[in-house]
Design a protein around this ligand. Structure first.
Ligand code: ATP
Length: 459
């Protein structure tokens, strides 16, 4: 296993800030703990991650439908789901340094007095017993704070799906096995957020609830586990940086009969790397539908109109984080090589995930080259996310595009004005092919669709 070829988190954070992928939120006020803003390229990257997730579920299949439910739901939702009573983390305080830690994640934390040691390992540490802390953010609806006005920001997108199950049975003409998928923000008042966007208090999830006849739950659990692993590998994550970890019996949530985590070898702040959750796939049985049926008084079951058979479907849930996935893709893509004696930083992102698909660059800012380059840019922009850049030496412009992971660069030079050709540079092989400008859209389309394999895998 290749822990030594994992890039450091410091390099990722620095690249993200330098190139405007992700940066600390509210910086002019000194920042606010573990809140981050996505800049231009970060927005495009995360949008591509989400769009690939949608593609795998909606476009490549016909048994999944989409949902975008409200963030603020009826407060009874969280009673029924068990979140109000049980969505807690064990919190401990250090009486010496006054910091707080999650008792089950002590290895992530560092005591304030002894930054090089973990709490519990340090003789100075004076830890309290663990007490439970609910992670849901509370707020109130309406202008007056009164009884009954307390609501919660959803801590997961999944419950919105269960609340809409009945509606979908009536309108979507789907019958089990079928899935409802949702992407959106979730909120958790994490005790120890950190390691960049790995753990935040406000983050995006990509979740699906796949409703199946009870007897098929085991088979579908295996299916979705394999399918989700395949998704990450197909989009470029190195297989030796990815593993599947089935939960032990004593680790399972009260509602789950089986859960497996997709884990990625994430770099830790301060060095080293550790297997950490990227996504969880759970067999939730009929827990959620049964609970919501009991709390709402509604029947949440499937009735086969032909046979009269009725049952509460069981649910297989692949639950992924869009921020964690985007972070893993960035980390895995990060590379450095040598060109003409200089170190080049390059993001070897899968072309489908790359924020910009092609840069259009005039070699020099004169002799009609910018005008022709702008014309080429215009001819490509309705098909691809492309960027025009004319400022600075060509080598520096290539390096900039390499750093944001742009797979192709189209360069307009003096020959282009004579014969209407351009060079097409490949980020990974550095090959430059000359071809007619008129052939560019088709050639780019072909290259963007071609199966892609990270050159890092051949080393
Ligand atoms: P963890 O054990 O890391 O706290 P979890 O098991 O509580 O995660 P789930 O409830 O299974 O996480 O949520 C599904 C996915 O949502 C996670 O695999 C992760 O990718 C993402 N996620 C959960 N909490 C956060 C967070 N605080 N910040 C960013 N992403 C998160």
């Amino acid at each position: 296993m290749a822990a030594d070829d994992v890039v450091t988190m410091e390099k990722i954070v620095s690249l993200c800030k330098r190139r405007g992928f992700v940066f600390p939120s509210s910086e002019i006020y000194g920042g606010i703990g573990s809140s981050y803003d996505y800049g231009h390229y970060g927005v495009l990257l995360k949008a591509n991650v989400k769009s690939e997730w949608w593609r795998a579920l909606l476009r490549e299949r016909d048994d999944v439908v989409a949902l975008d439910s409200a963030i603020i739901q009826h407060p009874r939702t969280w009673e029924a789901s068990g979140h109000l009573a049980g969505f807690t983390d064990p919190l401990i305080d250090c009486r010496t340094c006054k910091l707080r830690f999650r008792a089950d994640k002590l290895e992530d934390a560092q005591c304030g007095r002894k930054p090089s040691k973990h709490p519990g390992e340090s003789a100075d540490c004076d830890l309290t017993d663990a007490r439970n802390f609910n992670l849901m953010f509370q707020t109130t609806v309406g202008p007056v704070q009164e009884e009954g006005s307390t609501v919660y920001l959803r801590p997961e997108t999944a419950q919105g799906i269960f609340l809409s199950f009945k509606h979908y049975l009536q309108v979507s003409r789907k019958r089990p096995p079928f899935g409802i998928a949702q992407v959106g923000k979730s909120f958790r008042n994490e005790i120890t957020p950190g390691n960049f966007v790995f753990r935040m208090r406000e983050f995006e999830q990509m979740e699906m609830e796949f409703f199946v006849p009870p007897s098929e739950a085991g088979t579908w659990f295996e299916f979705w586990t394999a399918e989700r692993m395949r998704w990450y590998v197909e989009l470029g994550i190195r297989p030796d940086h990815l593993r599947l970890r089935p939960h032990d019996q004593d680790e399972l949530s009260h509602y789950s009969s089986a859960t497996s985590d997709v884990e990625y070898l994430f770099p830790s702040a301060g060095g080293g790397a550790r297997w950490q959750e990227l996504e969880g796939i759970a067999n939730r049985g009929d827990f959620d539908l049964t609970q919501h049926a009991a709390f709402s008084g509604q029947k949440l079951e499937y009735v086969d109109t032909a046979s009269g058979e009725r049952y509460v479907p069981h649910v297989i849930e692949p639950a992924a984080g869009a921020d964690r996935a985007a972070l893993a893709f960035l980390i895995d893509a990060y590379d450095e090589d040598e060109i003409e004696g200089e170190t080049r930083t390059v993001l070897r992102l899968h072309p489908r995930l790359a924020p910009i698909k092609a840069a259009v660059l005039p070699l020099v800012r004169k002799d009609g080259q910018p005008e022709l380059a702008r014309e080429v840019h215009r001819s490509l922009r309705d098909r691809f996310q492309v960027e025009y850049d004319e400022g600075g030496a060509i080598g520096r412009r290539y390096r900039r595009q390499d750093e944001i992971g742009t797979p192709f660069a189209v360069t307009i030079d003096h020959q282009s004005l004579e014969d209407r050709t351009a060079t097409l540079r490949d980020r990974d092989s550095l090959a430059q092919d000359r071809l007619p400008i008129a052939a560019l859209p088709e050639e780019l389309e072909r290259r963007l669709r071609a199966p892609w394999r990270s050159p890092k895998l051949s080393r």
